[in-house]
Design a protein around this ligand. Structure first.
Ligand SMILES: O=C(O)CCC(=O)C(=O)O
Length: 267
């Protein structure tokens, strides 16, 4: 397993994100895309939604409300093709170094065609959930973004504000569109690269103005002490995998999803 270097620690602490190059081979990207495309065409019944309290709404498995964009939630429920990303050997050392005791909370994909607009600026956790103490970097939530296709600056790539995992003064970020946000820096890369970022970093997705489809897979982790089921109770379905799915996981993948043994969810 690759060790996390002092330079990695320096850069991650400084900007809140890193890009690892060539984590997936071109063949691996092609195989993952081949698995993803047919899943993006399915109309999912989402029967679990009937169990939600009246008046509340959860995210469907397939989201297409943003023009030219398809998002799938809960990937291991849909296919085993993505399982090996749970503990990818190039990424796992960073999870251990920057999260401490990582647990997988959320998995999704986003494919964007030409014409997809900018998303909206957001963050998953507050800057108080990022710390450096006793020489340990800790990000309570941590995202790993696998680029299955190139993420150039016009391809709808992720954009972040370097250093915002430690920022003290907030703007009304939702009032800013894409690169109009002060300090915004596109996180670009080639197919096979992986963006790692603290969810305390304020981030967004840029518009896709180029032809073709940009597809990324997002595996998001939290520290084991984070209460996963309380985060977004109406979306726990996508976070949680029943034992029938975890049964196919390796011991290490089971360890990284162990919270699921302690959660109650019937679907
Ligand atoms: O890839 C993108 O468009 C941005 C994704 C993003 O910000 C998110 O999923 O939280």
């Amino acid at each position: 397993m690759t060790a996390v270097t002092l330079e990695d620690r320096f850069l991650f602490d400084l900007q809140g994100f890193l890009v690892l190059r060539d984590v997936l081979s071109p063949d691996e990207c092609a195989t993952l895309l081949d698995a993803l495309r047919p899943l993006e065409a399915v109309d999912y019944p989402d029967e679990w939604m009937q169990s939600l309290p009246p008046g509340s709404s959860g995210r469907p498995t397939r989201e297409t409300q943003i023009p030219h964009q398809t998002r799938l939630n809960g990937l291991p429920r849909l296919s085993d093709a993505f399982d090996y990303l749970i503990d990818h050997p190039r990424v796992l050392p960073y999870l251990r170094e920057f999260v401490g005791e990582p647990q997988l909370i959320n998995t999704w994909s986003i494919s964007k065609d030409q014409g997809t607009p900018a998303g909206g600026w957001h963050r998953g956790i507050a800057p108080t959930d990022y710390s450096y103490r006793d020489e340990q970097i800790r990000s309570r939530m941590f995202n790993t973004v696998y680029f299955l296709t190139d993420n150039g600056p016009e391809d709808g790539c992720v954009v972040g504000i370097p250093g915002s995992h430690k920022n003290n003064i907030d703007l009304a970020w939702r009032d800013y569109k894409g690169l109009d946000m002060p300090g915004a820096a596109p996180a670009t890369g080639r197919a096979g690269d992986v963006l790692l970022f603290s969810e305390a970093v304020i981030h967004d997705g840029l518009p896709k103005t180029t032809p073709g489809t940009r597809s990324n897979i997002y595996f998001n982790y939290v520290h084991a002490h984070y209460n996963v089921m309380m985060r977004e109770p109406t979306n726990s379905h996508h976070f949680y995998f029943p034992e029938a799915i975890r049964a196919r996981f390796t011991d290490q993948q089971r360890e990284l999803t162990r919270w699921m043994e302690l959660a109650r969810w019937e679907y």
